[in-house]
Write a protein that binds this ligand. Structure first.
Ligand SMILES: Cc1ncc(COP(=O)(O)O)c(C=O)c1O
Length: 389
């Protein structure tokens, strides 16, 4: 096959690789945990043991690496295994900056484990380049972590500006790009050094596996330490999950585009709605970061949005009632699957959440947008009736 040029071609054909042994279009699931050593005691195949090297990873890693424009991509056992490897490859005493608004479980881990292991973790208002500039300690800050758009308020951080500031201080920039996916944003092209995905979400897209990825802009001693963290701690993906991930990747572009179109429509519909206090979505002019998102995302603003529901005493009961009244939207955590999910985010995140108590987080799937809209409209009306009865 000639070299594919467009990302949707790369994903649909998974780079066009076939299995050379069987001529199969779909790769087999490689399950071996170990590999034969040559008679002269060498390992010419390059494969020794599955924690560090598994042929089941090769194709998915190559597809994601091509989409991200990276030097190398590694699969991990989960998004959290990938994200924590970025921090575990640092040294005790290193200063790292992360956003106040970010995926809550990673924020929790940074506060409770990374700090305990000697990393000097500081959370800042990452959407402000001035705040980042003020917080950077040249020579001491080794890593800046950003997420854009960021859970669960969908705030947008300027990747290029953050990269410039981080690099000037001698720090690396890592980006959790789970929500935009490489369909909408390629952080390396904006200067990022490391790109992370919870592949559990859009990259797989079917809510049936847990996986993570890291992509490096370039090789370095630091990246080799990240590799060792995966191989030695063993945050390694299973072979069947890698196979499923490759299958999911083949439809990535179609799924993300459909989710973006519906999310934009839903956001526009509920913006200014009488039962809605606020819609948080980077695709709405006037929302934080809209202009930056227009620059660093192409083809849409993502499938994630949040709706703040009007109601008594801060709107918490009304928001929970809306979720309870949906018939089509599934009340579940997670995101990026083909089915649409709704959740009262503060209930999931607990203490310290930046999510207001009236906030519902919506992960828009690929169902007909008219059906999704109709279900949300009736759920809002039903919750409001109950509230005012
Ligand atoms: C933005 C983001 N980053 C990281 C993660 C962690 O991924 P995983 O659940 O695969 O460990 C999640 C999971 O919800 C997420 O939404």
């Amino acid at each position: 096959m000639s070299k594919p040029h467009r990302p949707e071609t790369v994903t649909a054909q998974a780079l066009g690789w076939i299995d050379e042994t069987t001529r199969a279009i779909t790769p087999p699931v490689h399950v071996s945990s170990t590999y034969i050593r040559d008679a002269d005691n060498q390992y010419r195949s390059g494969r020794i043991y599955v924690r560090d090297n598994n042929p089941a990873f090769d194709q998915a890693e190559a597809v994601i690496n091509t989409l991200e424009g990276g030097h190398q991509t590694l699969l991990f056992a989960s998004g959290m295994a990938a994200a924590t490897a970025v921090f575990q490859a640092l040294q005790p005493g290193d200063h790292v900056l992360a956003p106040q608004v970010m995926y809550w479980s990673l924020r929790n881990w940074l506060m409770n484990f990374a700090r305990g292991w000697g990393l000097d973790v500081e959370l800042i208002e990452m959407t402000s380049p001035d705040a980042l500039k003020a917080a950077l300690r040249p020579g001491k800050t080794k890593l800046v972590w950003i997420e854009s758009p960021a859970n669960p308020l969908w705030t947008v951080t300027d990747i290029a500006a953050s990269a410039q500031l981080a690099h000037a201080a001698g720090a690396l920039l890592a980006v959790d790009s789970t929500v935009p996916t490489p369909v909408l944003s390629q952080p390396i092209a904006h200067g990022a050094d490391i790109v992370m995905h919870a592949a559990t979400k859009y990259l797989n897209g079917h809510s049936d596996l847990v996986a993570g990825t890291l992509t490096a802009r370039a090789d370095s001693d630091y990246w080799q330490r990240v590799r060792k963290v995966r191989a030695q701690i063993g945050g390694t993906l299973g072979s069947f999950e890698a196979w499923l991930l490759l299958r999911g990747l083949r439809t990535l572009h179609l799924r993300v585009r459909a989710a973006c179109a519906s999310a934009q429509r839903i956001a526009e519909h509920f913006h200014g709605h009488r039962h809605v206090a606020e819609v948080l979505y980077p695709g709405l002019p006037g929302c934080q970061g809209h202009e930056i998102a227009k620059r660093q995302m192409q083809g849409g603003f993502g499938g994630m949005l949040s709706i703040r529901v009007k109601g008594e005493k801060g709107g918490e009961a009304a928001a929970i009632a809306v979720a309870a009244n949906t018939a089509l939207w599934k009340r579940a955590t997670s995101l990026g699957g083909v089915e649409s999910l709704i959740e009262h985010r503060a209930s999931v995140e607990g203490d310290g959440t930046p999510a207001p108590s009236d906030l519902l987080r919506l992960s828009v799937g690929i169902e007909a947008k008219e059906d999704l809209l109709a279900d949300l409209r009736q759920a809002l009306a039903a919750a409001h009736r109950r509230n005012t009865d």
